[in-house]
Design a protein around this ligand. Structure first.
Ligand SMILES: C[S@@+](CC[C@H](N)C(=O)[O-])C[C@H]1O[C@@H](n2cnc3c(N)ncnc32)[C@H](O)[C@@H]1O
Ligand SMILES: Nc1nc2[nH]cc(C(=O)O)c2c(=O)[nH]1
Ligand code: SF4
Ligand SMILES: [Mg+2]
Length: 221
């Protein structure tokens, strides 16, 4: 079996806890969701061209970059059949900090037997994505202080839902929380106002940095 890699590159991470730091990105083909706002829908096309790579080849590429932060993304990376093998391999290298972006529909419990698990950045898909029904709420029980829940918000309804979930599942006590705008779809100030109005302590607002530096549709950055 192989991993289906649609692009791999070094850039600054434009999202998450290590935003602004160099990272090696590996983007995998295919996704089980179809979010209305998806900025990488091209990677989910059934006919997308991919590089078939073994876990060892992906690891060799990462080491070759000499960049120690790694972001595995997609598409939905946790749907790759050999992802367990890759995560196992990466987890044995103490020099690497590995993040994996995942869409909230794949059970994280499947990956809980790793000795040194990656940092999971798990989206909860809010109403404006059109995919909320696919969310596996039990994933909230598997997140730790190493992980992140991300709420990509495109409307006030989305923000309300994020607030409700943060409170209901006590998420600020368990893990890191980010609220990000669906790029270009919501007034940035309205997110800050919402956070102020609702005393959202311990929550980070974040705008995708790479979309400010480069053209928002640019690939490989
Ligand atoms: C393309 S997804 C790939 C990983 C995984 N499928 C997921 O959705 O988390 C990577 C991240 O980009 C975010 N994203 C996609 N389109 C976006 C947009 N138009 N504006 C802001 N964030 C977006 C997703 O919500 C996710 O957090
Ligand atoms: N620079 C940059 N940072 C990112 N952080 C997460 C990304 C992603 O697509 O998952 C991403 C991306 O595509 N580019
Ligand atoms: S889950 Fe991620 S890759 Fe899949 S459609 Fe949604 S944003 Fe795009
Ligand atoms: Mg992206």
């Amino acid at each position: 079996m192989v991993l289906q890699v649609v692009e791999k590159f070094v850039s600054i991470n434009g999202e998450g806890r290590r935003c602004g730091q160099l990272a090696t990105f590996i983007r995998f083909a295919g996704c089980n969701l179809n979010c209305g706002y998806c900025d990488t829908a091209w990677a989910n096309d059934r006919k997308v061209a991919f590089d078939p790579m073994t876990a060892e080849e992906v690891y060799a590429y990462i080491k070759d970059t000499q960049v120690t932060n790694v972001t595995l993304t997609g598409g939905e990376p946790l749907l790759q059949q050999d992802m367990g093998e890759l995560l196992e391999l990466l987890s044995q290298d103490p020099d690497l900090y590995v993040e994996i972006e995942t869409n909230g529909s794949v059970l994280l419990s499947k990956f809980s037997d790793l000795d040194n698990p990656p940092s999971f950045t798990m989206d909860y898909k809010l109403p404006s994505s059109g995919m909320e029904r696919m969310m596996a709420l039990e994933n909230f029980d598997h997140l730790t202080e190493k992980d992140t829940v991300k709420f990509v918000s495109g409307s006030m309804t989305d923000l309300e839902k994020a607030r409700e979930l943060i409170n209901k599942y006590n998420l600020t006590e368990k893990t890191n929380i980010f609220i990000s705008p669906v790029f270009g779809d919501i007034e940035l100030e309205s997110i800050v106002d919402f956070m102020k109005d609702n005393q959202m302590n311990g929550v980070n607002m974040q705008v995708q940095l790479h979309k400010i530096i480069w053209d928002p549709n640019e690939r490989g950055v």
